[in-house]
Design a protein around this ligand. Structure first.
Ligand SMILES: Nc1ncnc2c1ncn2[C@@H]1O[C@H](COP(=O)(O)OP(=O)(O)OP(=O)(O)O)[C@@H](O)[C@H]1O
Ligand SMILES: [Mg+2]
Length: 439
């Protein structure tokens, strides 16, 4: 485990046994030790702590945990617990409702180190950044799934070059966020990022919006106007919904991509520009080409490198990670988390509106839910929230996914328990998790 910088989430260990506490303290710097949970509430460094490692036994009072979580909803709890305690219903209740993870005695220090490293990483996601902004508004691509990690790697690789990029993906998957991240990590970061929604511009204004115009170029052109391309010089022009760009403007854009110069409307003076074009679309441009709505030559110019943003339903447990981040960002400290039925429903829902839909549902539920935990109904996710399956194969698939989701939630993500509960081998479990994108 890396030592933690002082402005990041630190760890507090609550254990009566000094020898155990000291061994844990040796694992990293910035570890605070308390012997009684009551000390936590009055601890001066409490607000900086992101992870609380707690020796959980029958003396642990739910009210105390709840009052700590109420004061500090973003705090993650990890329990140290004996194996036989896991059979106790009260302990199981506490683990299920308040804890991010647990580790059973005897302590296996390498595993514990791994668990705490992961927990602190998660806790850091929950810490507001320096501007006091919440994680969702911090403009970072959140997620730990393999497909999101792959996307992040691709973005980093592409950041260094100046090639045009075409970003594809369903609505609400984060295409604009990907474009912003690409810009932020590139040598153009200090230069402008200009976004244009090609579908939202009135047809007659598009050319002057993109290329600018001279005074008197047309009726109403009372002064010279700089277009978006010129404004993005040395930076990035993000052309959202590129599939909606009218054919005449496609020709002009193609000319710019070939010649790297523009002419303002009403002028024949070429202006040389250095603009990286990043385009995005949620429609299939290949179909648009077949239907004569999109120029093939422009497509080849834009599609030099393609980034595919995966749909939310393919990101497995990132759904829960994002949901928790959006809940914290909503600053509804009254709400402590998600009830098990909500966690399950989130894993089985199809998310046609992707991350935006998840964010909207969580934000609304955080305000409207009557209890301390958001339930499936608060998210307006019913048992059969996905489109109802109409053939036996689809019914079986949905049932399989629901059973997996339920077992994952009940087992706090521990795959050996999931396999045990479903009475399948680990190999079969991983095959099914892969099939349902739940890995
Ligand atoms: N991985 C992520 N982590 C955090 N926030 C995300 C992530 N992906 C998307 N978002 C958030 O979800 C919202 C939708 O993202 P964005 O606008 O980039 O999607 P889009 O694909 O451009 O959608 P549309 O096709 O509707 O234009 C934004 O508020 C964005 O910050
Ligand atoms: Mg968009």
């Amino acid at each position: 485990m890396n030592s933690m910088a002082t402005d990041t989430a630190d760890l507090c260990v609550c254990h009566r046994d000094m020898a155990t506490a000291n061994k844990i303290k040796d694992m990293a710097s910035n570890i605070v030790h308390i012997t009684d949970l009551k000390e936590f509430i009055g601890h001066p460094g409490r607000n900086k702590i992101g992870l609380l490692l707690l020796n959980l036994d029958l003396d642990t009072k739910e009210e105390l945990i709840e009052s700590i979580k109420q004061r500090q909803p973003q705090l993650l709890l990890v329990a140290l617990v004996s194996k036989d305690m896991l059979e106790n219903p009260e302990i199981r209740f506490l683990l299920k409702n308040y804890f991010h993870d647990f580790h059973t005695y005897p302590l296996d220090y390498p595993r514990l180190r791994h668990l705490l490293g992961h927990g602190l990483g998660m806790a850091r996601l929950h810490v507001p950044n320096h501007a006091g902004r919440s994680p969702s508004t911090a403009n970072t691509i959140m997620g730990e799934s393999a497909c999101v990690e792959h996307l992040r790697q691709q973005i980093l690789r592409l950041s260094e070059c100046h090639l045009p990029v075409l970003i594809t993906g369903e609505s609400g998957t984060g295409k604009e966020l990907v474009a912003q991240t690409l810009h932020r990590n590139s040598p153009r970061a200090a230069r402008p990022f200009i976004a244009v929604n090609c579908g939202a511009l009135p047809r007659q204004l598009i050319q002057s919006e993109l290329f600018g115009h001279e005074k008197g170029a047309f009726t109403g052109a009372t002064h010279r106007k700089i277009g978006k391309l010129e404004a993005a010089d040395k930076g990035v022009l993000f052309l959202d919904e590129i599939g909606d760009l009218p054919l005449e403007e496609q020709v002009n854009l193609l000319r710019f991509l070939q010649e790297k110069t523009i002419e303002r409307v009403g002028s024949h003076q070429p202006i040389c520009l250095d603009v990286r074009i990043v385009a995005a679309t949620h429609v299939n441009l290949e179909d648009a080409i077949k239907e004569g709505r999109f120029r093939e030559d422009l497509y080849f110019r834009l599609n030099v490198v393609r980034l595919k943003v995966p749909p939310l339903r393919a990101r497995g447990r990132d759904i829960q990670l994002l949901a928790h981040a959006f809940l914290i960002a909503s600053r509804q400290s009254r709400v402590l988390g998600f009830a098990p039925d909500a966690e399950r429903a989130m894993l089985t829902h199809g998310w046609p509106g992707n991350v935006r839909e998840l964010m909207n549902r969580v934000q609304s539920a955080a305000v409207m839910c009557p209890g301390r935990y958001i339930r499936a109904a608060d998210l307006e996710l019913g048992q059969s929230s996905s489109a109802s399956p109409d053939c036996l194969r689809e019914i079986k698939e949905l049932a399989e996914r629901e059973a997996l989701a339920k077992a994952i939630c009940q087992s706090q993500g521990k795959m050996s328990y999931v396999a045990e509960q479903l009475k399948i081998s680990r190999a079969t479990l991983y095959r099914l998790l892969d099939k349902h994108s739940l890995l």
